[in-house]
Design a protein around this ligand. Structure first.
Ligand code: WTA
Length: 673
């Protein structure tokens, strides 16, 4: 397991417990542990009945479902299969004629601080008009549309418009390279790309449309007939006649009314690419019905969202968090949400706190890596410490993306939440669609660094390689033993990989393997009154790294490095703990020429970093690059990654190296160049 070891160690000795205040419990939707236990008991008693009830209560169906769960072709589970609905109608139309209709849906703050507001009624009109523009370009139900957009109202409108006509969107994070974008366009067989001319981040104007052109020019994208361009700034961009249209042109004369397309509950709402153990990213396919249920339900359960709340999830729409907790969940729940275009450190590292005060944010959801960088900034510059702002509007804080170390948890709790706000440390994945293990703010006693307990109905467990339960207190592999409504349906175009990646035969072939290691405490936290064991995630057990909350496959980075064929002979990538980013990428490289040292090594390392940025994106740049004459290999030629992990951490090698063919290489790689 390659999680930050220091974080695990401090988590294991954590014994502070923070129960919800009596007032928080009294006001909460799931009020106290008995209410949580009652929901768990209901799910245990009648699993299908439990989900059927919640799906009827939370989702607006055009045709009600009569079958709840179909396990006949497990692990290809189907939920609410014969039900018919539309995701966009569930986020927008459902509010028309209710007090939410004229409420602000989105408060958008641009990079430069300019604020715009959109009500639910206006958003419905914009989404409908955009949906009509898509239809006018011949885009239909079942088509795939790639969205490569900055954070803004337009990105959400594009996603919702696809959902409205039944087109399956695939959002690609705006930080990914032309090559990464092209691979995703090709894999999804997209008929259109929706993008912006430029994006504004930290005062800088960065091209997006030019990257789309570059990606399409790489080949294989003949399916793309339309590129729609939101002109974010006044700067010029290159237009391809017949294919490209500005938003203004596409929307001209289009009606602001568009009936939502009815789709079956299992219709793919979206594909989102994420990293796995092997080189190629996998297109995680989500359903419409089960996914939407989860988005709505977890807004209610985890964030206990109320009519007066201002919700702010800082995630980009290019990641799953931005799908469930920006594009769908808050809208399905009828909440007012903040969407922010920029970066947390511009114009200074007080930006988040200033925005919380300015928009009176009450539920704030961000990533540990952001918190750690803002702690560092506040430590060195008192002017950006959260104490400079009035954060009393805050009610609930959330964390997502990686384990939060107890030190960061305590700072978040104390300095941001004023020791008043529960922190929901939400564990989930692209594949789970939404939260699966998380505290409930009005029920669960909190322990810093623990994601606490599974949501009601989530049958999470810790098992060994053969799928047998591991006793509490010992570490093992995290699994979910029963299917749940928002789970991944398949990997787009690769059902075999879906089965192999998540439902290993050795475990029986029907339980979901998360890919994370976890430990559950024996009994609840001391003095909490809870007798269920708490979960702690110890990090990925596969070759997936988590850098600043972004998932990166080691093999993906290795493939990018060896693709530099004029220079690189061989490469191995591992993670090492990093105080700021959680994990850092460390690459061991064998060149096709003599091993460089000194200035030459630095130069080549930079060249390789820029190469990886071009192949995947800047987020995949290795922090450390070490050169060797060779890599540590067994006699059968297998790279011994665990040794590389120790070297990357600067640890003494204590493991058995007797199977190593070339032991001298360890010393060489251990030297920093
Ligand atoms: C990690 C992000 C510990 C984990 C929603 C998981 C976490 C991967 C937490 C999924 C958390 C996410 N505590 N680890 N609260 N949340 N992770 O697909 O390793 O981008 O498998 O989804 O992030 O990353 P993904």
């Amino acid at each position: 397991m390659n999680a930050p070891s220091s974080a695990i160690e401090s988590v294991l000795v954590e014994n502070r417990v923070f129960p919800p205040s009596a007032a928080t419990v009294a006001a909460a939707r799931i009020a106290g542990m008995p209410a949580y236990e009652a929901l768990c008991a209901e799910a245990a008693r009648d699993y299908e009945g439990f989900w059927a009830r919640l799906a009827r209560d939370n989702v607006r169906w055009i045709e009600p479902f009569t079958r709840t769960l179909d396990e006949s072709s497990a692990p290809f589970y189907k939920w609410f299969d014969d039900g018919v609905l539309n995701a966009s109608a569930n986020c927008l139309d459902r509010h028309i004629g209710t007090p939410v209709e004229h409420k602000t849906a989105i408060v958008f703050e641009a990079d430069d601080g300019a604020v715009t507001r959109v009500t639910y009624r206006e958003l419905l009109a914009r989404v409908s008009q955009f949906a009509n523009a898509l239809k006018a370009r011949g885009i239909r139900k079942g088509d795939r549309v790639v969205i490569y957009m900055p954070m803004g109202v337009e990105g959400v409108v594009a996603m919702q418009a696809c959902a409205r006509i039944g087109a399956t969107h695939s959002v690609v994070f705006g930080g990914f390279s032309a090559k990464a974008l092209q691979e995703r366009i090709v894999d999804a067989g997209a008929v259109a790309v929706i993008t912006a001319s430029y994006q504004m981040r930290g005062g800088k104007e960065l091209p997006l449309k030019a990257i789309v052109d570059e990606g399409i020019a790489l080949g294989g994208c003949e399916s793309v007939k339309t590129v729609l361009v939101h002109e974010r700034t006044a700067s010029a961009w290159n237009r391809v006649a017949g294919r490209d249209q500005t938003f203004v042109e596409a929307l001209q004369d289009r009606s602001t009314e568009c009936a939502p397309e009815p789709v079956g509950a299992e219709h793919p709402l979206f594909i989102l690419y994420t990293s796995g153990s092997t080189g190629r990213p996998k297109g995680v396919q989500h359903s419409t019905g089960g996914y939407l249920l989860w988005a709505k339900l977890t807004m209610d359960w985890t964030f206990d969202i109320r009519p007066g709340d201002v919700f702010w999830c800082t995630a980009d729409i290019g990641w799953i968090t931005g799908h469930t907790y920006v594009a769908y969940g808050p809208l399905a729940a009828g909440a007012t949400q903040v969407i922010f275009e920029g970066v947390p450190t511009y114009p200074n590292a007080g930006r988040f706190w200033q925005m919380i005060e300015r928009h009176q944010v009450s539920v704030f959801y961000t990533a540990p890596t952001a918190i750690r960088s803002l702690i560092k900034a506040a430590d060195s510059d008192a002017a950006v410490h959260p104490r400079n702002w009035n954060l009393s509007s805050l009610r609930i804080l959330g964390s997502v993306g990686e384990p939060i170390n107890p030190e960061a948890w305590m700072w978040y709790y104390t300095h941001v939440g004023g020791e008043r706000c529960p922190i929901v440390d939400t564990f989930w994945q692209t594949e789970t669609g939404g939260h699966v293990i998380t505290p409930l703010p009005g029920a669960t006693p909190l322990v810093p660094g623990s994601c606490t307990l599974p949501l009601p109905g989530i049958m999470a467990a810790i098992v060994d390689e053969t799928g047998h339960d591991i006793p509490d207190g010992a570490g093992g592999m995290l699994v979910i033993k029963r299917p749940w409504p928002s789970m991944i349906r398949t990997i787009w175009g690769d059902p075999d990989r879906f089965v192999k990646s998540y439902f290993p035969e050795e475990m029986g072939g029907t339980i979901y393997l998360a890919g994370d290691g976890a430990v559950r405490s024996a009994g609840g936290p001391a003095g909490s009154g809870v007798d269920r064991g708490y979960f702690r995630i110890t990090g990925r057990i596969d070759d997936v790294l988590n850098v600043s909350g972004h998932r990166m496959g080691t093999m993906e980075i290795e493939s990018a490095l060896v693709a530099k064929t004029d220079l690189v002979a061989e490469a191995a990538v591992v993670g090492r703990p990093d105080d700021l980013t959680g994990e850092a990428i460390c690459a061991f490289v064998v060149l096709k020429r003599a091993r460089p040292t000194g200035e030459e090594a630095r130069q080549i390392a930079n060249e390789l970093r820029n190469w990886v940025a071009k192949e995947i994106g800047p987020i995949a740049k290795p922090k450390d690059i070490r050169f060797g004459d060779n890599l540590p290999k067994t006699r059968s030629g297998k790279i011994m990654r665990r040794l590389l992990r120790s070297i990357a951490r600067g640890e003494q090698i204590t493991q058995d190296t007797s199977t190593l063919e070339n032991p001298a290489i360890l010393d060489q790689l251990g030297q920093t160049n």
